[in-house]
Design a protein around this ligand. Structure first.
Ligand SMILES: Cc1cc2nc3c(=O)[nH]c(=O)nc-3n(C[C@H](O)[C@H](O)[C@H](O)COP(=O)(O)O)c2cc1C
Length: 182
């Protein structure tokens, strides 16, 4: 095996080589939170680089729960044409283009001014970085069910019109990743 060998996943997906671009939230959406021309250009450049897998940065399932000011949101069909262009750019050289769909839970930067909601009212514990996050309010069962429905809806939107394969990012997995990269 070498890094340029194809990888076939158990679900049948074929990744043309072993080089993957990790999920990195670019904060380059337009003001309406759809993929901007610059974001599409960026993914075309990454595709031209020859990676076998391009994982997008966070694509939020709820515009009321963001992780950055220029975050991408996919919660209804309004901007599917722009998502399609994004996917086409990512896949232009044969790479797999996977959406990382996300709800941040308590990991919402306080500077965005949005109330933070999480399954329990337990604040972030990131040492001195904790001050960047407001303590969350505990979600009701219905609010949790709404987030679950939103993940399903965003995944459906992602699959329906431009078959890209969504990957889920739970707030716990994401915060573990963030902790590792600091
Ligand atoms: C600028 C930046 C943005 C990131 N955005 C995301 C993201 O949207 N979703 C995610 O799961 N991880 C995100 N990460 C974490 C990366 O995907 C990756 O896990 C991290 O950089 C560690 O990579 P490494 O294990 O190859 O060193 C981000 C990292 C950076 C530096």
């Amino acid at each position: 095996m070498n890094v340029f060998d194809k990888l076939i996943l158990r679900n049948g997906s074929s990744i043309p080589n072993r080089i993957a671009k990790a999920a990195m939230e670019e904060n380059m959406a337009d003001a309406d939170h759809a993929p901007s021309k610059a974001l599409v250009r960026l993914y075309r450049a990454w595709a031209d680089g020859g990676a076998g897998l391009l994982l997008t940065g966070n694509v939020m399932v709820d515009s009321r729960a963001m992780t950055g000011p220029g975050g991408v949101v996919l919660e209804d069909a309004t901007h599917l044409d722009r998502f399609r262009r994004w996917a086409q750019a990512g896949r232009s050289r044969g790479a797999q283009f996977w959406l990382q769909i996300n709800h941040p839970g308590r990991q919402m930067p306080a500077s965005l001014g949005q109330p933070a909601w999480a399954p329990s009212a337990v604040p972030m514990d990131l040492g001195t970085l904790s001050r960047h996050f407001n303590p969350p309010q505990a979600m009701s069962g219905e609010a949790i069910a709404d987030v679950i429905r939103r993940f399903a809806r965003t995944a459906q939107l992602g699959e329906a019109r431009w078959p890209a394969r969504p990957t889920l990012s739970s707030s716990r997995a994401t915060s573990a990743r963030w902790r590792r990269c600091r």
